[in-house]
Structures are given as C-alpha cells and as structure tokens.
Design a binder for this molecule. Structure first.
Ligand SMILES: Nc1ncnc2c1ncn2[C@@H]1O[C@H](COP(=O)(O)OP(=O)(O)O)[C@@H](O)[C@H]1O
Ligand SMILES: [Mg+2]
Length: 255
C-alpha cells in the first residue's frame, strides 16, 4: 500500500485514505482568514510530535515571532520542537525574496532531509521571485525591438507561470518530502489559484472557503483533487477551536 503523510488533523485524514500520498505536492488554496496557515502549522506540529517527521515551515507572510505566538495559542510549542531539531521555521520578508530563494529552500530540504515542507505562500513567492530573473532572460533590446509588444501584465504572468512549473518540478525531484503549498486566493474565479496553473501541476488540491451565513460554521473545506486516492468529494465544515483545526462530517452541520 502507498505511504501516507498523515496530518493528524481531526476529521481530515479519513477524507484522503489516511493522509496525503507521501512525497507529493499539495496545493492548499483559499481566501484570507480561512485558516490555511493554521492548518499547515498543525500539519507540521502533528508531523513532529505524533509521527516524528521533521518539518520545514517557510513563510513570507509573517514574522517568526508571530508564528511562534500563533502556535502558543493552540498549545503548540514550536520553540521546543526547533530545539529538538524536529521543526524549522524560516520567515523571509517578501521584499527580501530573491532569485535564489526557491533554490535555497530546495537545497535545505535535501540537506536536512525534511519529510514535510510548507511554503506560505506560493502566491507571494511566485510573484516576487521571477522579477529578479527577468534581467537575465530578457534583455532590454529584446523587449523594445519586439514588433509585438507584450503588456507588462502578460509578461509578468508568463514569468510567474514559468517559475511555478520549475519550482513544482524541482520539488518532485526531492525524495520523500510531502509539500503543502499555500495559495492565497483573493477573488472568486474559474481557477482555483490566482496563477491558474498550480492546480494542474500539483498532485492534490484542497480548497477552503469562508462564507458566513450566520450558522454554526463559516469555513468549509473540499478535497478538490488527490492523485492516487479515492478522495471524499463533499464540502465539509471547518472549525478552528482552541486546539486547532477540526473538519466536521457534513451530517454534523445541522445538529
Ligand atoms: N487562537 C485562535 N482560536 C480560534 N480561532 C483563531 C485563533 N487564532 C486565529 N483564529 C482564526 O483564524 C484566522 C486566521 O487563520 P489563518 O490560518 O492565519 O488564515 P489564512 O492563512 O487562511 O489567511 C483568524 O482570522 C481567526 O478567525
Ligand atoms: Mg496565512
């Protein structure tokens, strides 16, 4: 049977035959405030404490202090896990992302043999990283001599897509690491991610939404895609309580 990377998150693993297929890359996408960061942190916390799997959390969204503080609210002692070498938290301000950032992450994963990687978020990495490679790949003369002038958004869009293709492909080359790529979706669109390609490239896609209708739960989770898995296909209420994330069965909702 195929190995599973168990999240240990209440109510989740049974939706995907016991966990993410080990070694795959999962896109975890949703609008702000849907609990993406908290889910990802719990995935790493449980990985370290329940399954003794080393994890790496890379964030471009928050400071390390904020991550440690968020963990404390749920009783997750990240500082202690870092001391034990079971977790590494790296906070890189978005403005400090360079063309080397993604390679640095990949090299670190190979060297330290992490079993779990979270990138929070792919959206921020992918729009900031490619900017620095433009100069190398496109000379000014190439651009200004074009008879067809691409508008900057189109060029930018292509750069982001090309970056994502490369990054996800590189992740695939690393043995034994299961990756959660968080994708910040700002608007409702026909695509699951803002970049429109990562959902096709990733092995799995989880979609979380926030829609407050005044009921018991405002957030919900759907396993939209999971290769090598007969996954659950329902939309489940997602709750964040004092212990972290809970995915409820759908029939619990009306009770
Ligand atoms: N200690 C807590 N207990 C319950 N809910 C919390 C707690 N801390 C944060 N939240 C909820 O989680 C939300 C933030 O979750 P987060 O994972 O950062 O969202 P995202 O990464 O999707 O933007 C907050 O808006 C709040 O509603
Ligand atoms: Mg977040």
């Amino acid at each position: 049977m195929m190995q599973r990377s168990k999240t240990g998150i209440k109510g989740f693993d049974k939706l995907v035959e016991g966990g993410f297929p080990a070694g795959t890359t999962i896109l975890y996408t949703g609008t702000p405030g849907t609990g993406k960061t908290i889910f990802a942190l719990e995935y790493l916390y449980n990985g370290a404490t329940m399954f003794k799997e080393k994890g790496l959390f890379v964030t471009f969204e928050e400071s390390k202090e904020e991550v440690l503080e968020q963990g404390k609210q749920f009783g997750w002692n990240f500082a202690d896990l870092e001391k034990k070498g079971l977790l590494k938290i790296i906070a890189i301000p978005a403005r400090e992302i360079s063309k080397n950032t993604s390679n640095d992450i990949l090299e670190m994963c190979k060297k330290e043999k992490y079993k779990r990687l979270v990138v929070d978020s792919l959206s921020t990495l992918s729009v900031n990283a490619p900017i620095f490679s433009v100069a190398e790949h496109l000379s000014i003369s190439e651009v200004v001599n074009q008879s067809t002038v691409f508008s900057p958004p189109v060029v930018g869009d292509l750069m982001v897509k090309r970056f994502i293709y490369g990054f996800i492909d590189d992740l695939r080359q690393i043995n034994g690491i299961t990756t959660l790529l968080i994708s910040e979706n700002s608007i409702h669109s026909d695509f699951l991610s803002r970049d429109t390609v990562s959902e096709f490239l990733c092995d799995g896609v989880i979609v979380v939404t926030f829609e407050s209708l005044g009921g018991a739960y405002s957030r919900s989770l759907l396993v939209r895609k999971m290769r090598q898995t007969k996954n659950d296909e329902d939309i489940h209420p997602l709750e964040i309580n004092k212990d972290g994330v809970i995915i409820h069965d759908i029939d619990e909702k009306g009770k």
